[in-house]
Design a protein around this ligand. Structure first.
Ligand code: TYD
Length: 141
């Protein structure tokens, strides 16, 4: 699976709270070109349902709880982002679904490229045909 759960570096101050951070090319393997965040999502709502041809992303839940279901076309793995210290690297060629498990959850995403609708694969059968043709075989981990 071209994905990895990461423990974010965190500074805890007993009376002042915590600070978590990550840096391009140090903690995540790409330069960040875009950041977006998803919020005001009712509990139980499922978003995503797409894959990316080339985009790499790093996801973290700044507050709340969001389940991330990843599908490489060969295996499915589920991750739970329920702490601001957890981050999930999602490489290219992974079908993803995000399920809001807590009201008010904020899902943040750092992305390797600017927005490009042409990089999306929004049809699952098309995604499977890319996998079967070996489109991501060199980058598949
Ligand atoms: P989408 O990536 O499909 O969101 P999700 O996977 O969470 O359901 O994006 C939703 C809409 O927002 C879609 O019309 C594309 C648009 N969008 C942008 O214009 N710029 C962006 O950076 C992103 C991530 C989405």
């Amino acid at each position: 699976m071209n994905a990895q759960l990461i423990s974010l570096k965190t500074i805890h101050a007993p009376l002042e709270g915590s600070l978590s951070f990550f840096e391009s090319q140090k903690d995540i393997p790409f330069n960040v070109r875009r950041i977006y965040y998803i919020y005001d999502v009712p509990m139980g709502v499922r978003r995503g349902m797409h894959a990316h041809k080339a985009l790499q992303q790093f996801l973290w839940c700044a507050w709340g709880k969001v389940d991330i279901i990843l599908d490489s076309g060969r295996e499915v793995q589920q991750y739970c982002l329920d702490s601001p210290q957890k981050g999930l690297l999602v490489g290219e060629g992974i079908w993803r679904e995000m399920v809001w498990q807590k009201e008010g959850s904020v899902l943040c995403v750092a992305a390797s490229e600017h927005y490009d609708e042409g990089d999306y694969i929004r049809d699952y059968r098309t995604f499977v045909s890319y996998v079967e043709k070996g489109y991501w075989d060199e980058t598949d981990k």
